[in-house]
Design a protein. Structure first.
Length: 195
């Protein structure tokens, strides 16, 4: 649904980067004219995706992507971290147990990636605080709600989502951006996340 709204607002500017398990969905939008790139291919990542991210003014991420650490972004770029698992309040980022045993070089790389994020889309103040603690960052949050359930709590879920997407899109005037799709096939409603 989120991807569809983005396509409706920016059909000529949407670039989709996908993992191979979401190829069918990516191809659906390719048939509508959106360029698609498989992020699982290292050569595609280096040759196509990194240059696109470098020149984009808006990048959505749903996860940690190590290549962001060394990617030079345009000065006015906004990198938005989407947090999709409101119920999964856990330790991640620099607070995760495994990070206590990594090298200083690894921890520095983690921080380089975290410093690329300019905004966080979170579903609650508590999640904003969790992000601030785990990423050791000041959080610019974009309240977005919890999509799997919010759609049932309001009369028109598309209207709510559309209004919140508009607030995100107001961050920039031009939108060359890219998205990574990850579909959780165990859910009744597929999850779609972005890079």
């Amino acid at each position: 649904m989120t991807l569809q709204l983005l396509y409706e607002h920016f059909p000529d500017k949407l670039v989709i980067c996908y993992e191979k398990n979401t190829k069918e969905l990516a191809e659906f939008y390719e048939n509508k004219g959106c360029p698609i790139y498989c992020i699982d291919s290292f050569s595609v990542l280096i040759k196509d995706i990194v240059p696109m991210v470098s020149g984009s003014k808006l990048v959505f991420c749903d996860n940690y992507f190590a290549f962001l650490a060394r990617t030079t972004l345009v000065p006015d770029a906004n990198v938005v971290q989407l947090w999709h698992a409101n119920g999964a309040i856990k330790l991640f980022g620099l607070e995760a147990k495994y990070t206590k045993n990594v090298t200083k070089k690894d921890r520095d790389r983690y921080m380089e990636v975290y410093h690329k994020f300019t905004h966080y889309v979170v579903s609650s103040r508590k999640m904003a605080n969790v992000f601030a603690k785990n990423y050791h960052q000041t959080i610019n949050k974009l309240p977005f709600g919890y999509l799997p359930t919010d759609l049932f709590l309001i009369k028109n879920g598309y209207e709510m989502l559309g209004n919140n997407l508009k607030s995100i899109f107001q961050l920039i005037k031009k939108l060359p951006c890219m998205f990574q799709l990850i579909v959780n096939i165990n859910q009744k409603f597929p999850w779609i996340f972005f890079l």
